[in-house]
Design a protein around this ligand. Structure first.
Ligand SMILES: *[C@@H]1O[C@H](CO)[C@@H](O)[C@H](O)[C@H]1NC(C)=O
Ligand SMILES: *[C@@H]1O[C@H](CO)[C@@H](O)[C@H](O)[C@H]1NC(C)=O
Ligand SMILES: *[C@@H]1O[C@H](CO)[C@@H](O)[C@H](O)[C@H]1NC(C)=O
Length: 250
């Protein structure tokens, strides 16, 4: 009786050790494709984005939605804006327009359309439209139907256990500001709500020009964080758990 119990127990431990060593690291929402057709890659990306963007703390992958912006200084000609205590949301609802992978050529392309809202506090010191500005308050930026195309140059490498991984060598992107950007910014001119409102209205009427000036550093920052987040994920999860296609020689 006692022996049998020990045996069952030992078997259970052995089984858990075996399955433990082979335990998959990829979360269940990763549905590996068996080929690299865009149709499968698009579907797999759609399946993954909502959960992936919440973050995977056990794999060291931070959340992208909400995405915390602790402090982002933006130096523009004549004015320095610092955005802090911020939060960007909406990534989990991005529409996946296209995904392509060329394994031999180390190319991975993804194209999404997103609505993103960025909220936080800001300070702005300098000059804006001839007016000396010394603003400090709350800001909200709503980006509607922006299309982001990301072109990643990948690489392959082996981890210390000899398992293959995707790596990211570098990336390029293009970004269009979409249909409309709405700015809500309080207290642009301290103690002068009328002037603050007039200038805010001007910013919204000229959102495209304003965003071209102001948007580039924000987008650079956001994509850098996104790519670094993907890198952490690829470091944590081996190639063969992401794609059921033989890895090219490298
Ligand atoms: C890949 O093939 C496996 C085994 O045939 C199958 O279970 C799985 O659903 C396929 N994956 C996709 C994304 O079609
Ligand atoms: C973004 O918002 C607009 C307007 O609310 C809506 O028509 C559009 O479908 C949304 N796009 C996405 C990608 O969610
Ligand atoms: C991108 O992020 C990394 C680490 O997160 C940082 O070291 C690097 O300076 C950033 N690059 C740019 C261009 O912001």
């Amino acid at each position: 009786m006692c022996d049998r119990l020990v045996l069952v127990f030992a078997t259970a431990i052995a089984a858990s050790l075996v399955s433990g060593s082979a335990a998959k690291l990829a979360p269940d929402f990763i549905h590996p494709c068996n080929d690299t057709t865009p149709a499968c890659l698009i579907q797999a990306t759609k399946d993954a984005i909502p959960e992936f963007s919440k973050g995977l703390p056990h794999l060291g992958v931070p959340s992208l939605d909400p995405f915390i912006i602790e402090e982002l200084p933006i130096q523009l000609p004549g004015i320095k804006v610092t955005f802090y205590g911020g939060k960007a949301t909406g990534l989990r609802n991005c529409e996946v327009l296209n995904v392509e992978a060329y394994l031999e050529k180390n190319v991975f392309k993804i194209e999404v359309r997103c609505n993103i809202t960025i909220k936080g506090k800001y300070t702005a010191v300098g000059r804006l439209l001839l007016f000396p500005i010394n603003g400090e308050g709350d800001s909200k930026i709503k980006i509607v139907n922006s299309v982001i195309k990301l072109n990643i140059h990948t690489k392959y490498y082996k981890d210390s256990n000899g398992r293959d991984h995707f790596g990211i060598k570098n990336y390029k992107f293009s970004f269009d500001y979409g249909e409309r950007i709405h700015y809500t910014i309080t207290n642009l001119f301290k103690g002068n709500p009328e002037l603050s409102n007039t200038v805010l209205q001007f910013l919204n009427e000229n959102w495209r020009v304003v965003t071209e000036e102001f948007g580039q550093p924000v987008v650079d920052y956001a994509l850098n964080v996104t790519v670094n987040t993907a890198k952490k994920f690829f470091d944590a999860v081996p190639y063969d758990e992401l794609l059921n296609v033989p890895i090219p020689k490298y």
